[in-house]
Design a protein around this ligand. Structure first.
Ligand code: SIN
Length: 540
């Protein structure tokens, strides 16, 4: 039912551009990988908005890497594996924790300024399920923005990177069973083909699958959908991370209130003012994210409320304003003063643990296609990502990708004529259907799911399929096709996994079942949905 390409085109009639490497996405994964790759190759870097607009820009908490004497890669690995609930790739996690510190130094060399204390040492914070303070941050709670600022400056200055802002990647081009570039819509609506020796997806996440998300508008799951249509395998799509504390206030967006706020001592209270996390986990507010998110939902249900409170009023005004300037100012614009007021919060979709399957070099199952950052499934996160591991994952695997790119054999014949013919019929209200999908996912494939809610979702999503056959050349329509594809991949995997683990909680199967479900669910156009044994051993 899903066509190979989502628009009509014929490369014979298009403007074709050739380069060594195309990188798609302006977050940390895209910027860093483009910079590293440009040391040896010509790179075209494209993104659907401006250079400064990505999910990374909104990252608050920070970047997790071992820098303190009291910490060690083994401890970081232990915390990551434990959060991942038994299905991380041990090798991928090992790469993350051992290579993270060197990659962090490179970010610093690229100009990122992390916060330091008065003795000139990096200030380290803590977030849920970390046994140590190991998270570096910048400008208090604007870590992502600072990283993007530094990398974007280098990208603009790089003679070997050609930057295409406001260019929308529609589909990956494939020929002779490899990826040979990407079909792109320019700001004027014209379509071009960029032919490359290698293509790197760094398109970020899928927050827009849900009505409430901490992600920006651009997080529409484009990379996973494109890779799936091109024949690559995707994995672990049932595992969606809901951030426990997004602002929940009339007319305000679901703005992220960093877990670092709890790391610095904030407590959660229900609408009666009672602290409740002690009823759910011994680590209280710093329990793993999935546990805190579910506890909040249970407490909201129990008290018949749509939010709980985050209370940091016992901390000093100076600490709050110094550590959380962005959050403080944002809340204040809605009349909420963190120094004196409890902040109303509720869970919101935050991160996709699954994605396009990669090996330890970031290579997907489709030759010459790579994936880096949230779009990828390297195996680092398993069923539940440890806070602040995503920025480190992007640079560790971005580096590995560039090492692999340097060994790729050059393809001479990479320019076959490719085309698609869809019906030119119209008659689909894209924005209405998108809202319907987002509400459906929130209500039925959210923090808690069951067989009935999932079956119902799949039925309803399948009824929206008409859009696939239609040739709408607008960004909104392409995004809707991508969201629909990835919503189905998520719901089908969630229905299949009849147990609860990490970011996937089934009301009808509330227990973790290691005997039957230490597996990954992999999906591809050619094979459908299959189980694959997970490699991680159980961590206590
Ligand atoms: C946060 O600051 O709470 C988010 C950090 C993350 O998702 O890693």
């Amino acid at each position: 039912m899903i066509p190979r390409y989502v628009c009509n085109f014929n490369t014979e009639n298009l403007h074709n551009i050739s380069t060594d490497v195309v990188v798609i996405g302006f977050g940390i994964a895209g910027l860093y990988t483009a910079l590293e790759a440009s040391k040896n190759a010509d790179v075209v870097l494209i993104g659907k908005k401006g250079l400064m607009e990505s999910n990374t820009r909104f990252a608050q908490g920070g970047i997790a890497a071992v820098t303190a004497e009291s910490d060690s890669p083994a401890l970081h690995r232990h915390d990551t594996l434990l959060a991942g609930a038994g299905i991380c790739s041990y090798e991928a996690v090992d790469a993350l924790v051992h290579e993270g510190p060197d990659r962090l130094q490179e970010l610093i060399t690229y100009g990122t300024r992390f916060d330091k204390d008065e003795d000139g040492e990096y200030e380290l914070t803590r977030e849920g399920a970390h046994s140590e303070r190991r998270i570096l941050h910048a400008q208090g709670d604007a870590t992502g923005a600072e990283i993007v600022r530094a990398l974007a400056e280098k990208v603009k200055a790089s003679p070997r990177i050609t930057l295409f802002e406001e260019h929308f990647a529609i589909d990956l081009l494939t020929e002779n069973n490899h990826c040979s570039g990407v079909l792109v819509m320019k700001p004027d609506g014209k379509i071009i083909a960029i032919r490359s020796q290698a293509t790197v997806l760094a398109t970020g996440g899928a927050g827009q699958l849900y009505r409430y998300t901490t992600n920006p508008e651009i997080a529409t799951a484009d990379g996973v959908a494109m890779a799936y249509r091109a024949g690559a395998e995707v994995k672990d799509m049932e595992f969606i991370q809901f951030h426990p504390t997004a602002l929940c206030y009339p007319d305000a967006p679901r703005f992220l209130i960093s877990e670092a706020v709890r790391g610095e001592g904030a407590i959660l209270r229900n609408i009666h003012g009672e602290r409740f996390m002690g009823n759910y986990h011994e680590l209280m507010e710093l329990a793993p994210r999935d546990i805190v998110a579910r506890a909040i939902v249970s407490e909201m249900e129990r008290t018949n409320s749509t939010y709980v409170y985050l209370d940091i009023t016992h901390e000093s005004e100076q600490l709050i304003k110094h550590r959380f300037p962005t959050i403080y100012e944002f809340c204040l614009t809605y009349g909420l003063d963190m120094v004196t007021d409890w902040i109303p919060v509720a869970p919101a979709c935050h991160y996709m643990m699954g994605g396009v399957t990669t090996d330890l070099n970031g290579e997907t199952t489709l030759p010459r296609l790579f994936a880096c950052g949230e779009v990828s499934c390297t195996g680092v996160h398993g069923a539940n990502r440890l806070a602040s591991n995503s920025l480190s994952e992007a640079i560790v695997f971005g580096h590995r990708i560039t090492a692999r790119l340097a060994t790729l054999e050059k393809l001479e014949n990479n320019q076959n004529h490719l085309h698609e013919n869809l019906s030119t019929q119209k008659g689909y209200n894209v924005m209405k259907e998108r809202l319907h999908l987002q509400k459906l996912m929130l209500r039925k494939v959210g923090v808690k799911r069951d067989a009935k809610s999932l079956t119902d979702t799949i039925d309803q999503l399948e009824k929206m399929h008409a859009i696939y056959g239609l040739d709408y050349t607008t960004q909104e329509a392409f995004e809707m096709k991508n969201l629909l594809t990835v919503a189905l991949l998520t719901a089908r995997a969630a229905l299949t996994r009849t147990e609860s683990r990490g970011g996937h909680y089934r009301l009808d199967y509330p227990e973790k079942n290691d005997t039957d479900w230490c597996v990954h669910l992999i999906q591809s156009m050619s094979m459908g949905l299959m189980k694959e044994r997970a490699s991680q051993h159980v961590v206590e």
